[in-house]
Design a protein around this ligand. Structure first.
Ligand SMILES: [Zn+2]
Length: 265
């Protein structure tokens, strides 16, 4: 049955006028990145937060940048180091070779690292900074190394600052209950994606590793493929597709993309 699904998906990809990848956290799992699904999963990845009883939604609250900068930057500084050190798995190169554009909720910059240029990061990027305040809407590239004590997950030493006011800087990421996020960088990416989408006659969407818990990516995939399009959903946990031209692949990203690459070669 999966072979039929692969054949159909490969045919859609080969015939596609334009390809859009809609990627969630499951995309990075095969590169070795943690997927913080559920509080238990988050605490397995970060035992110090388990000891503190802090859930992902609680540590990803922008209030900590004002209240306790070492705690806030401990979390983001650790992830920054992790994403910088991570090599994107081969599935990224397969998607890139098909000329796909990208919509993602991931803030890890892995698509750019794999050589993509057309990426819309709807929740921002950990590789870019902004003022905590913010005193201006400036967004700049993060070249800062944040040192983190892995036993406490607290930042030690200097933290990045805002070049305009000298106050603390933070990642340009949309956090939980975030009223201070500077959105223009992501908005410009989204605008570029929208005009490209409008120029395409038909669109094949490959959705990868996007769950229903944070529905932004699934919603985008369904909307973009609704009119005159097709949807290929690669998802180990929630693979169901309700779409006239939908294909469900209930396997991991790398496995699915490798199988599709063989069929489209
Ligand atoms: Zn500032």
């Amino acid at each position: 049955m999966i072979d039929q699904a692969y054949d159909r998906a490969a045919e859609l990809i080969s015939d596609a006028d334009a390809l859009l990848v809609c990627a969630g956290a499951g995309m990075g799992v095969d590169s070795g990145l943690p997927d913080f699904r559920g509080t238990e999963g988050f605490w397995r990845a970060y035992p110090p937060y388990g000891r503190l009883g802090l859930k992902f939604e609680e540590i990803a609250d922008p209030v900590h940048f004002a209240d306790d900068p070492a705690l806030a930057w401990g979390f983001y500084g650790h992830r920054l180091g992790l994403y910088r050190a991570t090599v994107p798995h081969e599935g990224f190169e397969i998607l890139r070779s098909w000329g796909a554009h990208v919509f993602t909720s991931n803030v890890d910059g892995q698509f750019q690292k794999a050589g993509f240029t057309d990426v819309a990061e709807v929740h921002g990027s950990i590789h870019h900074l902004q003022c905590v305040e913010p005193c201006t809407d400036e967004v700049w590239e993060c070249t800062f190394d944040v040192e983190v004590d892995p036993s406490t997950m607290r930042a030690v030493g200097a933290l990045p600052t805002c070049p305009s006011c000298g106050g603390l800087a933070r990642p340009n990421i949309l956090m939980f209950g975030d009223w201070g996020w500077v959105p223009h960088r992501s908005q410009a990416q989204l605008d570029a994606l929208t005009s490209w989408r409008r120029s395409a006659r038909s669109l094949v969407v490959i959705e990868v590793g996007a769950g229903t818990a944070v529905p932004t990516v699934r919603r985008q995939a369904e909307l973009a493929s609704a009119a005159n399009g097709a949807l290929i959903r690669i998802n180990t946990r929630e693979p169901d597709v309700r779409h006239g031209r939908g294909v469900s692949l209930p396997v991991g990203a790398l496995e699915a993309l490798t199988a599709l690459a063989r069929r489209t070669a």
